[in-house]
Design a protein around this ligand. Structure first.
Ligand code: C5P
Length: 198
């Protein structure tokens, strides 16, 4: 799912990810007998059966929880981690006033969790799978991501609003590996998860 990056105690920056694909992956892996830790951002989904669930809010917390969940044979990064956080969240609610201009938010880059784990020198999971959610030039961006992140596979999907993928129940993915690309027909996120895990 998403991460929430606080602006002040009552406001945050987020994105439209529902967490459905990640939860389905955790459930599918557990169904096939894997020992699964699901590190989840703030979503409104029930814990999958037979899975250890660690709930976090921000990208920084997600990185810590992922590191704490290691070692693992396989690591799958399906979260829509916020790329940026507010550099210095206000400790109290930011007030609006007639004389003041809207507040300027200074952003700082979040840690790249997938990259950090894929590039571990010691204890790297044997298979590291990342996702690429794009709205344009999907395969070109996904190919670049395979290299720049150091992942073994990239699961690429088009999240343009008209696809209905973000928040929806279906997904059409391309699986990129070092040897090529497989393009799968649109299917439910449940079936995508089962096929990836198999
Ligand atoms: O760079 P981009 O966000 O497009 O890359 C997507 C992939 O990287 C996904 O697998 C996502 O879970 C992961 N990611 C991450 N930490 C970030 C940003 C993205 O693990 N800060």
């Amino acid at each position: 799912g998403p991460t929430h990056e606080p602006i002040d105690p009552v406001r945050y920056i987020a994105n439209r990810s529902s967490g459905k694909q990640g939860y389905e992956l955790a459930a599918a892996a557990a169904n096939l007998g894997a020992d699964v830790t699901l590190v989840s951002g703030p979503v409104s989904l029930a814990d999958p059966a037979g899975v250890r669930v660690v709930r976090v809010t921000t990208a920084k917390q997600m990185l810590e929880a992922v590191e704490a969940a290691l070692p693992a044979d396989i690591a799958i990064f399906a979260a829509a981690v916020a790329d940026w956080r507010v550099a210095a969240p206000s400790p109290s609610k930011i007030k609006k006033s007639a004389s003041n201009a809207p507040p300027a938010l200074t952003l700082a880059e979040n840690p790249d969790i997938l990259k950090a784990i894929a590039q571990m020198r010691k204890g790297r999971p044997a298979l590291v799978v990342g996702f690429a959610a794009e709205t344009q030039d999907l395969l070109a961006h996904a190919k670049k991501k395979l290299k720049s992140k150091g992942a073994d596979w990239i699961v690429a999907n088009d999240v343009s609003p008209q696809t209905g993928v973000m928040g929806g129940d279906n997904n059409a993915i391309h699986l990129l590996t070092s040897t090529g690309v497989e393009s799968w027909p649109e299917m439910s996120k449940t079936d995508v998860a089962i096929k990836i895990v198999e």
